[in-house]
Design a protein around this ligand. Structure first.
Ligand code: AMP
Length: 250
């Protein structure tokens, strides 16, 4: 069974993002970019399933600019067997990515499609759900445990009230949450091996997908600055301030 894993190139989670001076977006020039952390977990899960003999081939997919090949090489260093870049300089929104992934699912016929639960740059949490809808595939989102057997996946999901375990028939879409696993470190020999692995490049047109944006960003701005905190002398003063200044208690 093949596993297809979507990996997005995003601003590294350690970088403090800055809004561009013209308020059109976030400044990404000369900023460290990395694989979306949830997607590292998705690749790791696919690799673990391959190590268990359940998955036979892992295909990493990224959609975006040429530099996404770096993200794909990292995915292959973690353990993906080959990679596909859908190359475009258009700014991609979740629906466009879901359509591209759907075209690749039709082409590759994977039994499992892993995505991160959300990309840390847009925080959309939409692509996996949209892909499942477009492909008419069962979906399990926010996975914190995945067990695959007999053409089914038993997936434990992190939901508001605690944990929910569902059984879905494969092929299916699974979006992964933080506690599913801890991704392995990429070793130098594996980075070297990854350089030789197959990486195919398509354009959205090759897959028959129109990626034109349907959403227009009007303005991006910094959150309002927080005013400095104060120290209060004792509990009585704290209660008095919460009551009369902040007015959060009666
Ligand atoms: P989002 O819906 O934007 O929060 O993204 C959820 C997940 O969809 C990510 O964790 C990735 O697995 C996948 N994804 C989103 N955008 C891309 C992209 N441009 N290339 C590859 N995968 C993506």
């Amino acid at each position: 069974m093949k596993a297809l894993v979507a990996v997005k190139r995003v601003v590294d989670y350690n970088v403090k993002v800055r809004v561009k001076s013209d308020n059109t977006g976030v400044d990404t020039a000369n900023v460290k970019m990395s694989m979306n952390p949830f997607d590292e977990i998705a690749i790791e899960e696919a690799v673990r399933l391959k190590e268990k003999g359940i998955v036979t081939e892992i295909i990493a997919v990224s959609c975006g600019v040429t530099q996404c090949t770096e993200t794909l090489r990292t995915a292959m260093a973690i353990g993906a067997d080959r990679a596909i870049l859908v190359e475009t300089s258009e700014e991609l929104q979740p629906l466009a990515v879901a359509k591209l992934l759907k075209a690749l699912v039709d082409k590759e016929q994977p039994g499992l499609v892993f995505l991160g639960k959300q990309a840390i740059d847009d925080d959309c949490n939409q692509t996996g759900q949209m892909l499942a809808a477009l492909g008419d595939l069962p979906q399990a989102t926010f996975a914190s445990k995945v067990e695959v057997a007999d053409g089914k996946a038993s997936v434990t999901r992190e939901v508001d009230g605690g944990l929910e375990t569902i059984s879905i028939t494969l092929p299916a879409v699974i979006t992964v949450d933080l506690r599913l696993n801890e991704p392995r470190y990429v070793t130098l020999p594996n980075i070297m091996k990854a350089k030789k692995k197959q990486l195919d490049i398509f354009k959205p047109e090759d897959l028959g997908v129109d990626v034109t944006s349907r959403i227009k960003t009007l303005k991006v701005s910094e959150p309002p600055k927080r005013s400095a905190g104060i120290k209060v002398a004792d509990v009585a003063t704290l209660v008095e301030k919460l009551k009369n200044e902040a007015k959060v208690i009666a």
